[in-house]
Design a protein around this ligand. Structure first.
Ligand code: KG4
Ligand code: ZN
Length: 341
């Protein structure tokens, strides 16, 4: 079975061709250069550029996979959460394709796609596992029992981890997105003692996250040192900030896994590309099996949509043409739909 996987929830357009759950082609068209100029994603630009990219990218994905559009058996697409204008571009494009080709449409939740993305490269990852999704829009901790049975154990009560990276990097004049550049600076400055920043919500048994206090502490530090912001100071800030973010993420994930007595941990989403986070998690390899996708599959992509779409379709889940796009993740995804279908 050949599925198209279409992702357009934020500033990346991703199209993948997936055969029986295996990725044949994965293309991403990034808008980073445009948004860098504005220090963050401008929603109106994002959706307009999605619209320009999605058709040609789909043509190229089919060409690269050596197939014609008519050979596709179904279309999986992100239905949310995300910037609503951007999500709608992918949804409407996918609906148009599904209707004209008379093939099934499979609406996929973006966070669930991240959550299950470690399975793409690690077929041996068995249930149950503890799943941490850390991206620009989400910081969520789950117990994953099956493809359709997922328990939310904790989430950020304010900023997402990636959002904190982006905001702090913006305040330091390092551009957008902030994660990769802060990661590089922290790695280069690994020898220095980082500035000590606070870690929030460290009470035992609490699996929620908060990054806005940390962000404010960094902003205050930057303001206090604005007259002498040398490369060395910026580097110490990056080291301290990264230690605080990754420290909280790892401590809570490990604590939950121990409490639930689950030995498998999977980490995904853009921030999972972070080298400091990967290194810190690796220190627990004797106690836990760690599953982290390669960097390319951590940030937004069509493969994770096509992959989850395939696994849902196998379970008999598909979507009606009147399925709505949604902006936030109060929406209850796949399980409810499976029960309803
Ligand atoms: O998953 P993703 O592509 O989009 C969302 O669903 O949000 O994640 C993007 C986020 C951005 O905030 C970006 O700064 C962050 O992931 N990111 C990183 C790294 N690479 C990307 N954060 C920390 N370290 C990195 N190496
Ligand atoms: Zn994402």
């Amino acid at each position: 079975m050949i599925l198209l996987g279409i992702e357009s929830s934020c500033d990346e357009t991703g199209v993948a061709v997936v055969r029986d759950g295996k990725v044949l082609v994965d293309l991403v068209s990034s808008q980073v250069d445009v948004h860098t100029e504005y220090g963050g994603v401008v929603p109106e630009f994002a959706s307009r550029m999605q619209l320009e990219a999605i058709g040609p990218l789909t043509d190229r994905a089919c060409r690269d996979a050596g197939i014609r559009l008519s050979q596709i058996d179904g279309i999986a697409v992100t239905s949310g959460p995300g910037l609503i204008g951007s999500v709608l571009v992918g949804m409407n494009f996918a609906k148009g394709l599904a209707y004209s080709l008379d093939k099934p449409l499979i609406a996929v939740d973006h966070v669930r796609a991240h959550l299950f993305s470690p399975l793409i490269e690690h077929g041996g990852l068995a249930f149950p596992y503890i799943g941490l999704v850390v991206s620009g829009g989400h910081t969520e901790l789950y117990t994953v029992k099956s493809m359709t049975d997922v328990l939310l154990e904790g989430k950020t009560i304010d900023d997402a981890a990636g959002e904190a990276y982006d905001k702090v990097a913006g305040a330091l004049g390092l551009g957008y997105p902030g994660g990769p550049v802060m990661d590089r600076l922290a790695a280069q400055g690994a020898e220095r003692r980082g500035v000590k920043f606070p870690m929030a919500m460290m009470r035992r048994g609490n699996y929620d996250f908060s990054f806005s206090g940390l962000k404010t502490a960094v902003m205050r530090y930057i303001k206090e040192h604005s007259s002498g912001l040398t490369h060395g100071t910026v580097s110490s800030i990056a080291v301290g900030f990264q230690d605080a973010v990754t420290g909280v993420l790892v401590k809570k994930t490990i604590a939950l896994a121990r409490q639930r007595r689950i030995r498998r941990i999977a980490v995904s989403g853009g921030v999972a590309a972070n080298t400091g986070l990967r290194k810190m998690l690796a220190a627990y390899r004797d106690e836990f099996e760690m599953y982290i996708p390669s960097s390319r599959l951590c940030t937004d992509n069509g493969s994770m949509i096509g992959f989850l779409g395939y696994r849902l379709f196998e379970l008999g889940i598909q979507s009606d043409m009147d399925t709505d796009a949604y902006a936030n993740n109060t929406h209850v995804p796949q399980r409810a739909r499976a029960a309803a279908s």
